[in-house]
Design a protein. Structure first.
Length: 155
């Protein structure tokens, strides 16, 4: 992907996706007040992920990194955005069932890892590696926290 403007648009779309995930978790915080702290915390973390992604645009403008063409497919990102939008609609319709909310959240977090969306960058910039490793680790932590609550079975 050679055009910096296109690359910046991709990073912005990825940041918006993180914000949409945060919106889903904010909805769950309102629907499940007994678990408000859990949902609010991971919603804030998603907003932080969006902020971190946006810092990557500086590196793109400086030319110290670029999107990996062979790893990036615009259609895949569009599908991901549609998928998250569908999950947002599902979140609005979850009524009184924390298990369903957790399953939606786990499905979202699993999809981020399994689809490898954070691996579309190339470059050796230490700050980039730090940001991406942080996002990957945070996603793994979210998965484990959600799984732990599901495993308790007392929701």
């Amino acid at each position: 992907m050679r055009n910096q403007d296109d690359q910046i648009k991709v990073v912005e779309a990825m940041a918006k996706r993180e914000e949409m995930i945060g919106q889903i978790y904010t909805i769950f915080a309102k629907k499940f007040p007994e678990h408000k702290n859990f949902w609010t915390q991971i919603a804030k973390e998603e907003d932080e992920h969006a902020r971190l992604l946006r810092t990557i645009t500086i590196n793109i403008m400086e030319g110290s990194l670029s999107l990996t063409e062979e790893r990036f497919e615009k259609e895949r990102l569009a599908y991901s955005m549609d998928y998250i939008q569908d999950r947002l609609a599902s979140a609005e319709n979850v009524e009184g069932n924390m298990t369903d909310a957790l399953k939606i959240a786990l499905d979202i977090e699993d999809s981020l890892v399994e689809k490898g969306f954070l691996k579309i960058f190339k470059g050796d910039a230490p700050r980039l590696k730090e940001i991406l490793n942080s996002l990957i680790l945070a996603t793994e932590v979210h998965r484990e926290r959600i799984r732990a609550i599901l495993a308790k079975g007392k929701i």
